[in-house]
Design a protein around this ligand. Structure first.
Ligand SMILES: NC(=O)c1ccc[n+]([C@@H]2O[C@H](COP(=O)([O-])OP(=O)(O)OC[C@H]3O[C@@H](n4cnc5c(N)ncnc54)[C@H](OP(=O)(O)O)[C@@H]3O)[C@@H](O)[C@H]2O)c1
Length: 263
């Protein structure tokens, strides 16, 4: 158990049943947090993740269905968590989608733009607004000492991929959202950080697996391997450990050095 979690602290991961979200859930569970695993469709993955989380040390792990792009669902999610646990210590905005197909920037459709930005930017913004209000209240009442919000953005926040421009634009926007909430919430004792994964092996990257494996072998990132959900989970668990009490609004790259300029 880490220094922050005393066994009663509660962490929430949106889209926590599969992929990077599951990696985050399992690392936080191993640190002793009780877990809420939000999912949209895959209930069995979320239930299985909760079983694993409890086996790893979470006092309790609860799956809750909600679509983060639906603002009413987001408000219901927060209410259900507080009804079940009475507190939220760590909130991880992880849920996100890739475009259904990669197309040239000149052919990006309004439908794909709306789908990707509503799930990856608009939804997390308003969900965080809801959560932030709750966290301010929990901090003022002395129930949670230092609430934390983490945004899972992407290398795509500042790396242009012209065949999925709507994803890059949404992630760039989400990086600013993280900064905005960091500034706005600091005076209330709520800290906010951004974790920026590089190329991580999940269902999302399955369609480009072979192409990316070749690029990684050729040196795409200085550390020549795929990232794993556990790599991202360990970074989130470190931020949630309470080891950075005088930091907020920071960006932690988990990308094998992909962001580094090279000559
Ligand atoms: N994989 C990468 O290389 C990579 C790199 C950088 C950043 N990221 C970001 O990391 C996050 C997770 O990606 P991943 O690779 O783990 O993706 P993934 O394997 O496709 O899993 C996506 C997860 O998000 C959930 N989800 C999707 N839309 C949702 C919604 N509207 N409401 C609630 N949950 C929703 C899914 O829930 P269900 O299981 O119920 O469908 C699933 O648990 C995303 O924000 C992604 O943009 C990924």
């Amino acid at each position: 158990m880490n220094s922050r979690s005393n066994g009663s602290q509660v962490a929430v991961v949106t889209g926590g049943g599969r992929g990077i979200g599951r990696g985050i859930v399992l690392e936080l569970a191993a640190s002793g947090f009780s877990m809420v695993v939000n999912y949209r469709r895959d209930a069995e993955a979320a239930r299985d993740c909760c079983r694993q989380a409890e086996a790893l040390g979470a006092p309790r792990a609860l799956p809750i269905q909600a679509d983060v792009a639906d603002l009413d669902d987001g408000r219901r999610l927060a209410v259900e968590i507080l009804d079940a646990f009475g507190r939220i210590d760590v909130w991880v905005n992880n849920a996100g989608v890739a475009p259904e197909s990669r197309v040239d920037l000149l052919d990006t459709t309004p439908e794909s733009w709306d789908r990707v930005t509503s799930m990856n930017l608009r939804g997390p913004f308003f969900l965080t607004q809801t959560v932030a209000r709750r966290m301010i209240d929990l901090a003022e009442r002395g129930i949670v000492a230092q609430p934390l919000i983490i945004f899972i953005t992407s290398i795509s926040s500042d790396t242009a991929s012209v065949e999925r421009g709507e994803y890059c634009a949404a992630k760039a926007g989400l990086s600013m959202v993280a900064q905005l909430f960091a500034v706005r919430l600091a005076a209330h004792g709520v800290h906010v950080h951004e974790v920026r994964p590089g190329v991580i092996e999940t269902d999302m990257t399955r369609p480009v697996h072979d192409a990316y494996s070749a690029r990684i072998a050729a040196g795409l990132s200085p550390i020549r391997r795929w990232g794993t959900p556990a790599d991202v989970g360990k970074a989130v668990a470190a931020l949630a450990s309470g080891a950075f009490p005088f930091s907020t609004g920071q960006v932690l790259n988990v990308d094998g050095g992909l962001n580094l300029r090279r000559l």
